[in-house]
Ligand binder design. Sequence first.
Ligand code: ATP
Ligand code: MG
Length: 292
Amino acid sequence: MGRVIAVANQKGGVGKTTTAINLAASLAAAEVNTLLIDCDPQSNATSGLGLVKDPDRINTYHLLMAAANPDDAVQPTGVDQLWIVPAHKNLIGANIELVEAEGREFRLRDAISTLRERFQFIVLDCPPALDLLTLNALVAADAVLIPMQAEYFALEGISELLDTVERIRSGLNPSLEIEGVVLTMFDERTNLAQQVTAELKRFFGPKLCATTIPRNIRLAEAPSHGKPALVYDIRSKGAESYIRLAKEIIARSLPVAEEAAPAEVAVAEEPGRTEMVGQEEEKPAEELDKSA
Ligand code: ATP
Ligand code: MG
């Protein structure tokens, strides 16, 4: 079953689409089948991956309206192992048409249930609003990845999103997790960036991604060529940072046993040994001697 990650922040221009495109491309480059679903009527993820505007093509609108077979909405991209469900500006209509619809928050979740078997990761690029489109994404998702810039009042800026996540957890999608918070357009040389990082680290702990995304011109240029940064300029700092972010997210999604060294896993297979393997590693040398 694939892991569904919604890239969301109701604030505009924080790097959601740049993160969705480049994370999805980097996951695909790590040889895991990945699907990017463009949930934003602006359709920036669609054009950023080189798909031309086409109102007749099946897109996210049709998924939400249950008006197409989900498999028919999936399009190939120029990147191996990366597919996309494109968006079109007609998606704006879904926000209005769905208001009265039955199960309006569950439309995307239901539409992608069969697609989850085909892809190891499904990345959802959300619009800059806490509207019905973002709500559908958060209900369909296993986890939300929050891109944000290191600014004063950073936490205030996302409190509304965190409240929404809490509300969804207590009703529509109890298993929704926070995948992480990733700092975008980051300049580590400034005092401000250091202070904001320290504040976010205190608040989010390990949920603050270790990888930060620097401000990098290649990331801004790549979409106008219809390519993710790792195809446009693999050696750019931007491409490298998203490859690191993908590795971090793959590592987080692995079961704990798979993260351990292969030798330890082999020992842990013996019944009753599982905890001991971990404990022995922590013990000081003299204690190990006593117990030997
Ligand atoms: P919206 O809220 O409108 O959907 P968004 O949150 O998806 O916006 P992006 O479109 O990814 O944000 O980024 C906003 C602008 O900043 C774009 O022009 C993009 O190219 C640029 N940008 C994003 N990340 C970076 C970066 N790390 N370095 C340089 N430019 C960046
Ligand atoms: Mg966007």
